[in-house]
Structures are given as C-alpha cells and as structure tokens.
Design a protein around this ligand. Structure first.
Ligand SMILES: NC(=O)c1ccc[n+]([C@@H]2O[C@H](COP(=O)([O-])OP(=O)(O)OC[C@H]3O[C@@H](n4cnc5c(N)ncnc54)[C@H](OP(=O)(O)O)[C@@H]3O)[C@@H](O)[C@H]2O)c1
Length: 259
C-alpha cells in the first residue's frame, strides 16, 4: 500500500495551495472536492512538475458516507492515508435566523461532521505511517461570531476537537495540527456572500503563505498554527482582554457590513 496525503477542498484557494506544498515536499496525493475538472487540472500541473500524479476524487463531502467512500477509493487503488488535510469548508454571512437553515446545516455537515469522520477514520493507518492530521479551522474558532454564527461555532468545534486529538494521538506518534487563518482572498468570500471586490483587510495574507505555515506547523508537531503576527495577536488577545459584549457587537457590525 502506498502512503498518501488526502487533501479536501483542493479545487480552489487554500486547499489547492496545500496540495502544491505537499506535492513539492514529495508526498503522493489524493485530491478531493466536487469540481472534477479543476482537480484534474491541478493533478496535471503537479505531474508536469515531476511529482507523482495525484488521484482525483470528485465527491460531495457534505453528503452522508463521504469518508467511507474515500476509504473505499483508496483501498481500490492500493493507497493508504499517511496525512489527512481537512480543508474543505465554506462560510455564510448574515444573521442565523435570516439565513437558509438547510444551507447552515449543510455547512455543519461539511465543516464539522465530515471533518470529524475523516479525522477519526484512518488513525491506525496514520500511526503506521507516522503521519498526521491537519484540520483547517479559522481565527473565527477563537470567538463567537454574530453575523456568521454557525460558521464561527463550527470552527470553534474544529479547534477544540483538533487540540484534544493532538493530545490523545501524541502517544501513537500521530501529529495533529489546527491551522487557523485570518482573512485570505479566495473563492470563500463569494460563496459566503461577501460582495467587496478586493480584500479590505490590510492584515490579509495569501493562500500560499497559509499553506506553507500549515505544512511547517504539522511537520513540527505544533498544536495550533495562526499564520501572521496580527492574526496571532487577535486570536490570543481579543477573546481574553476585549469585553465580550463589545467584541460581539463589533464583530456583528463588521460581518454585516461585508454583504
Ligand atoms: N478564505 C478565508 O478568508 C478563510 C479564513 C479562515 C479559514 N478559512 C477556511 O479555509 C478553508 C478553505 O477555504 P478557502 O478560502 O480556500 O475557500 P475556497 O476558495 O472557497 O475553497 C473551498 C474548497 O472547499 C471545497 N468544497 C466546498 N464545498 C464542498 C463540498 N460540499 N464537498 C467537497 N468539497 C467542497 C471547494 O471545492 P468544490 O466547490 O469544487 O467542491 C473548494 O475546493 C475552509 O475550511 C475555510 O473555512 C478560510
């Protein structure tokens, strides 16, 4: 069985950059997302650069049984997971009561349920191959987010789960890292309903920078990686030192301004 790194949400943004970073470090890859043509294009680019051609799996990861389908596809191709990168995800901007409820539940299916399933499905194989799990949360995981409440709550779950798994799986030699980016220009904004054309954040960093920081942190066995000094300070200081009521009001105003 060939050990591979599985990268979810590899058809765009941070996931595509994570795939490039993992490939450049010599990992054989499995790329997962819904848009097959995009994944094939990236797989071709990686092969052209002289790396093994990634296996492409076009799947809806919000659908029930997605993790099991990945497991079956790997077994059928003689592959076994060494690293699992749970990056696929989306957000929605707006007050929770006004947003579509099914869409918010589907966000939980993808950002939380399938991420949890994939985190737990392959642990024996990750341990055997001395690999690990990189879960992509967000700085949103450090605080509640009125104006994007379900997204922020899901990312808090991912952060909490990942830190706990870091501790639980250390004795088995499995590295577990939570990558918590701040704003990154990608397709995320359009999907979330953000209409600003250019990133308004002077603190925003690139998907490439985020992917490099995540890979480095995972390989070093870091528990949490927050790329960029400004975001590290925000994640550490805002929840502890800014009065909660003030923080929530400012966050809601900022979120709703973006629509
Ligand atoms: N961009 C930011 O500002 C930011 C900040 C903090 C954290 N993050 C987190 O970073 C991660 C990646 O975001 P991004 O900025 O790279 O967003 P993006 O450019 O919109 O990419 C999202 C990826 O997720 C995949 N995806 C979405 N729904 C899916 C589904 N149902 N099944 C399978 N794949 C699905 C998309 O592929 P298909 O559409 O082809 O399925 C795409 O590859 C997310 O978890 C996000 O929450 C982003």
């Amino acid at each position: 069985m060939t050990p591979v790194a599985i990268i979810t949400g590899a058809s765009a943004g941070i996931g595509a950059e994570l795939a490039r970073v993992f490939a450049s470090r010599g990992h054989a890859l499995v790329l997962v997302a819904r848009r097959e043509a995009r994944l094939n294009e990236l797989a071709g680019e990686i092969a052209k650069a002289g790396h093994p051609k990634p296996l492409v799996l076009a799947l809806d990861l919000a659908a029930p049984g997605a993790a099991a389908r990945i497991g079956e596809a790997l077994a059928a191709n003689g592959l076994e997971p060494q690293f699992i990168v749970n990056n696929a995800g989306f957000g929605l901007i707006g007050r929770a009561a006004g947003l579509d409820r099914d869409e918010q539940l589907s966000m939980i299916d993808l950002n939380v349920r399938t991420l949890t399933d994939l985190s737990l499905s392959f642990i024996d194989s990750l341990a055997r191959n001395r690999g690990g799990i990189l879960n992509v949360a967000s700085v949103a995981g450090f605080m509640p987010g009125p104006g994007s409440a379900v997204y922020y709550a899901g990312k808090a779950f991912v952060l909490s789960l990942t830190e706990a798994l870091h501790e639980e799986l250390a004795p088995r030699g499995v590295r577990v890292t939570c990558l918590c980016p701040g704003p990154v220009a990608s397709e995320f904004q359009a999907r979330a309903g953000i209409i600003e054309k250019t990133p308004p954040w002077p603190i925003g960093i690139s998907a490439t920078h985020v992917a490099e920081a995540g890979y480095r942190g995972l390989m070093r066995g870091q528990r949490v990686v927050v790329p960029g000094l400004a975001m590290r300070l925000l994640a550490m200081l805002a929840p502890r030192f800014v009065p909660r009521g003030f923080l929530l009001a400012r966050l809601e105003a900022r979120q709703l301004r973006q629509r």
